[in-house]
Design a protein around this ligand. Structure first.
Ligand code: HAM
Length: 420
């Protein structure tokens, strides 16, 4: 048979060691922080009925129009690999009646998402998110607490350059009038808009406000900002949030162009933008979606949430945040008999969490020490025929090159004493 090498699907990002180790450290920090704030984890299906995303994210969005991995299964049912998780969390909230169990539900998730976008730095077709959603709390205090928690997460990871951009998109009471106003504005300038924005004027005019196309940007420079059209409730919610952020000293910028690429938002929307990321500069994003639970068949429930792009987050984190851990000591056998002697000791030490390495291929002393150096171990314990005869191992400090002898009978104990 002809040999062929099979590779991943284009743009599907996989995490290999040692990067996977760093990911785990960061993921643990996320879980600890969120659980401290009362969140619990949801592990959800990756595949959903296509309709879920079409109804929640919106039929006239880039995600639903162009980016979903959608296919028919063997029963001709249209399924989609989740492009984001908020819709799935809401689906689960309704499906399992989580609202009946507790008035407020705080849920988080970690996992892969799939979008058929053009792959580039910081943008993949399989990427990963760390996200969270709060159900049942409509107060702007919730928005503020969640944003402060996110900023705290960035702070613990020593990320400094993530700037918070905030906007309010109004609600079903005030947004329709604003949309009509914006539609008129856009119709007057439709010649200057890109094809997508022109096509979406009637259904989704807000998208034009953050279209990346330079001509669209130019065309909307004088567009009326939504802030001028907010109803009293939305205005109070937004100013309440800004006031709390001021009180806690969290910097933010109000950005009237921030409309987001998903249609479910009401009131607060936000993004954390990091200049260091280049073109794909949003490291986290989210907002309030007070209508979605009801739109997907549940009881009217306010909700607020966010998702962090895991790949982009890792691009902002220095290696010091998640330094690689190394095994403590290398057991270095010279010859078959020494290998046989050291194997049970190696197993016993590792059982007691004193991590040692042991090579099984009987390489030369020099090459085993080179490997131990590469693994970053602190000590090498060398045992050859002479050491077996004398009942002592040679213990070499790999940093200082100092060598001492340790009786074989108390190898485990001696290693324990050497532990930092
Ligand atoms: P989103 O803005 O579509 O929002 O994605 C959130 C974050 O995921 C982005 O800020 C970015 O860091 C990362 N991201 C998105 N697409 C890609 C990609 N193709 N490659 C790499 N990273 C990417 C949501 O997904 C909403 N569900 C957020 C939310 C939660 N809103 C309320 N609750």
């Amino acid at each position: 048979m002809k040999k062929i090498q099979i590779k991943t699907v284009k743009g599907f990002n996989e995490i290999l060691p040692p990067e996977s180790f760093r990911w785990r450290v960061v993921e643990d920090k996320f879980r600890n922080l969120l659980e401290g704030y009362g969140f619990a984890e949801l592990r959800l299906a990756l595949l959903e009925p296509t309709e879920l995303f079409a109804r929640s994210i919106g039929g006239e969005t880039d995600i639903v129009e162009k980016e979903m991995y959608t296919f028919l299964d063997r029963s001709d049912r249209s399924l989609t690999l989740r492009p984001e998780a908020t819709a799935s969390v809401v689906r689960a909230y309704n499906q399992y009646s989580l609202g009946k169990l507790s008035e407020i539900n705080k849920l988080y998730y970690v996992g892969p998402m799939f979008r058929y976008e053009r792959p580039q730095k910081g943008r993949y077709r399989q990427f990963h998110q760390l996200g969270a959603e709060v159900f049942g709390e409509g107060s702007f205090y919730q928005d503020a607490e969640t944003l402060v928690m996110l900023a705290q997460f960035f702070h613990t990871l020593s990320i400094k350059g993530a700037a918070l951009h905030l906007n309010s998109l109004g609600c079903e009471a005030c947004r329709p009038a604003y949309r009509d106003h914006l539609k008129d504005y856009l119709y007057d300038r439709q010649e200057s808009l890109c094809e997508d924005c022109r096509r979406r004027i009637s259904e989704n005019p807000l998208r034009a406000l953050d279209c990346k196309n330079p001509q669209c940007r130019e065309a909307v420079t004088d567009a009326p900002p939504i802030s001028g059209a907010l109803c009293d409730g939305c205005r109070q919610h937004f100013s309440g949030l800004c006031g709390l952020l001021d009180d806690t000293g969290l910097d933010y910028q109000v950005n009237p162009r921030l409309v987001r690429g998903l249609d479910y938002y009401t009131r607060t929307t936000f993004e954390f933008l990091a200049g260091d990321l280049g073109a794909q500069n949003a490291v986290a994003a989210g907002g309030r979606y007070d209508r979605l639970v009801e739109e997907l068949g549940g009881k009217a429930t306010p909700a607020f949430g966010f998702a962090i792009g895991f790949e982009r987050l890792m691009m902002l984190i220095g290696s010091e945040v998640a330094p690689l851990s190394s095994p403590f000591a290398a057991l270095v056998p010279i010859g078959e008999e020494a290998l046989r002697y050291l194997f049970p000791i190696h197993v016993e030490l590792n059982r007691k969490a004193q991590v040692t390495t042991l090579g099984f291929q009987q390489k030369s002393l020099k090459s085993q020490l080179k490997k131990a150096d590469k693994d970053g171990v602190t000590y090498a314990l060398i045992v050859g025929p002479d050491e077996l005869n004398q009942g002592e191992a040679l213990c070499r400090n790999m940093r200082t090159k100092e060598q001492t002898r340790i009786p074989l009978s108390r190898l485990g104990e001696a290693l324990r004493e050497l532990l930092p």
